[in-house]
Design a protein around this ligand. Sequence first.
Ligand SMILES: [Zn+2]
Length: 73
Amino acid sequence: MRPTFERSPTRKATLYCFNCGHKSILSGDWIVRTHGECIDYECPECRTRIATRPTRTDSVADSNGGLCYSPGD
Ligand SMILES: [Zn+2]
């Protein structure tokens, strides 16, 4: 069951893959990897990491700005 395009006024965060142009809503078909306090969203087509979000919204944006940077993999 797929929603029709651009019909619903619900604002869903949309992510774009800056590598291959894949586009999907945040809860779409991204590969989601949870590690520690972070959630990575990866492109299902080219496996590029699109975004990293904290699993907790409190306790973020304090002095520890680099919370969700992973040292590359
Ligand atoms: Zn991609």
